[in-house]
Design a protein around this ligand. Structure first.
Ligand code: GYE
Length: 312
């Protein structure tokens, strides 16, 4: 009897064919910051919860390489592509190739600059403009009741031609404009890289240009760390209001130490949204063209011991 049962079940089960796993191609732009490392892990972790086969490629901050990675996914005939564009321009041809091959594309983190929005399914990421707004609002409030004729700002910018860099600047300008005393008097590029932040700050200190600066607005924590290193190396003792973006654990530590004034959070945990979007797509459910992730600001005005532990 048992034998018959075993035979029966083993005869019936294999007939139910296993559905082939969905193949996801994930092209990341680089590993320049702890923020980005977390962004990558978050997506990998969440995709790992599904029965997906994930092909991962890192573009190492080289757009040509990233385009090649996407072409490889197209050649492999993956079911869906997730991609984090290094820069805004130059994606239209390869996205068109994906569309012609019938492969949907989800863009996450930075935006692409294209005219044909049908070339991607959706964009999942933070509102960079709102981040800039929050940074500017902190600066505005800080100096609101202080008597001072001019408030000079040094802006340490991230990689050019990227949406976080453009929009963080725009958002910041929008809110500081409320106070005519506030002006960005110095701008330097440091590409979101710690060492470049340090180099730029070193030069400014050596050239004596930091002296009349009141605020440092830095587009990411890595560059801020570099700038802090330079200030330490030169033993600079001056009242500098420091506002940074990302919210890495190592920067929250600096905030708690009183080294910096405000950390605008940039949420790297895109994984859940990506997983949810993929599953909606394959279940024929509607998907909005733009998916924003929630964010906040932590500052010396916050209850510091209530800041949730970061995972990046
Ligand atoms: O702020 C920075 C990273 O594109 C939002 O890139 C991202 C930025 C993030 O390297 O740390």
């Amino acid at each position: 009897m048992m034998l018959i049962l075993v035979l029966l079940t083993s005869c019936t089960q294999p007939q139910k064919e296993e559905k082939a796993a969905i193949v996801v191609g994930f092209s990341q732009s680089g590993t320049e910051s702890n923020w980005r490392k977390r962004h990558t892990e978050s997506i990998k972790e969440e995709l790992g919860k599904e029965n997906y086969q994930v092909l991962y490629r890192n573009g190492f901050m080289n757009q040509e390489r990233q385009i090649q990675d996407i072409r490889t996914f197209i050649a492999y005939k993956v079911d869906i592509i997730i991609f984090t564009p290094l820069k805004e321009d130059g994606w239209e041809p390869v996205l068109k190739e994906a569309k012609d091959a019938g492969i949907p594309v989800i863009i996450t983190d930075r935006n692409v600059n294209i005219t044909d929005n049908s070339l991607f399914l959706t964009h999942i990421g933070p509102s960079f403009k709102a981040e800039g707004n929050r940074a500017g609002l902190y600066a505005y409030n800080y100096f609101k009741d202080k008597e001072k004729e001019h408030i000079n700002i040094l802006e340490l910018k991230g990689l050019s031609s990227t949406s976080p860099t453009t929009l963080r600047h725009d958002g910041f300008m929008e809110t500081i404009q409320r106070d005519p005393r506030m002006n960005i008097t110095l701008t330097r590029d440091a590409d979101y890289i710690r060492l470049k932040g340090k180099e730029q700050m070193n030069k400014l200190i050596e050239e004596g240009l930091l002296e009349d600066i009141d605020i440092l607005f830095s587009h990411n924590d890595e560059m801020t760390h570099g700038a802090l290193d330079a200030l330490d190396a030169h033993k600079v003792k001056k009242d500098l209001v420091i506002i940074t973006i990302d919210g890495q654990e190592d920067m929250i530590t600096q905030l708690k130490k009183g080294r910096i004034n405000a950390v605008v959070e940039c949420n790297p945990n895109a994984g859940w949204y990506v997983r949810n979007t993929i599953s909606r797509y394959f279940n024929n459910q509607s998907i909005p063209q733009e998916i924003y992730m929630p964010e906040t600001i932590f500052s010396d005005q916050s209850q510091l011991d209530a800041i949730p532990t970061r995972n990046y």
